[in-house]
Design a binder for this molecule. Structure first.
Ligand SMILES: Nc1ncnc2c1ncn2[C@@H]1O[C@H](COP(=O)(O)OP(=O)(O)OP(=O)(O)O)[C@@H](O)[C@H]1O
Ligand SMILES: [Mg+2]
Length: 157
């Protein structure tokens, strides 16, 4: 597990931008962390790294479960499973088709996936330390996710 200090919003923005730049077709990123930890904020920065047009503003998809953004280097599928009870709901909502498909998949509240959690994934844990400060921990599962994790860690001082 690699830890990255995010002392302010700019640091989170930089991490997300790098992640968006490094992302490849089929990558899956699970964003763990409590309410207000910064999952949507990080996703917005990932969209910047993917060069999504600014009019495709990434918002919190809590009411939509899934937002799809196109026009960037890769399509972005942003899922927020907060409102779902568990894996049966995930399946019933037809969300499985979107996970790990073409483009980059980013999932908030991935705990809801239960046993449907993909084996190959980058786990990102966000934790609030203070109002401005976050700590990010990264764990890569599978060769590709490990490569991503190492590339992100390499830039840390
Ligand atoms: N270093 C930081 N990194 C990320 N967000 C920060 C940071 N400092 C302050 N914030 C603020 O914390 C809030 C994070 O909210 P955000 O919606 O991204 O959280 P979330 O994890 O998606 O929550 P939810 O579970 O409700 O979807 C934002 O208002 C953001 O501006
Ligand atoms: Mg959110």
């Amino acid at each position: 597990m690699i830890r990255i200090a995010l002392p302010d919003l700019a640091a989170t923005a930089e991490l997300g931008r790098r992640l968006g730049q490094l992302a490849r077709n089929g990558d899956v990123i699970l964003l763990h962390g409590g309410l207000g930890a910064g999952k949507t904020t990080l996703t917005q920065a990932i969209a910047v790294g993917l060069e999504l047009p600014p009019e495709q503003h990434v918002s919190s998809p809590s009411f939509a479960l899934l937002h799809e953004y196109s026009g960037g280097r890769l399509p972005l599928f942003h899922l927020d499973l907060w409102r779902l009870a568990g894996e049966d709901d995930v399946e019933a909502a037809g969300l499985l088709d979107y996970i790990g498909g073409p483009g980059l998949t980013v999932i908030e509240w991935p705990e809801r996936l239960g046993s449907l959690r993909p084996a190959a994934r980058l786990d990102v844990f966000l934790e609030a330390v203070s109002e401005q400060e976050r700590v990010c921990s990264l764990e890569g599962w599978g060769e590709r996710a490990e490569e991503l994790r190492n590339a992100l860690a390499a830039r840390q001082p």
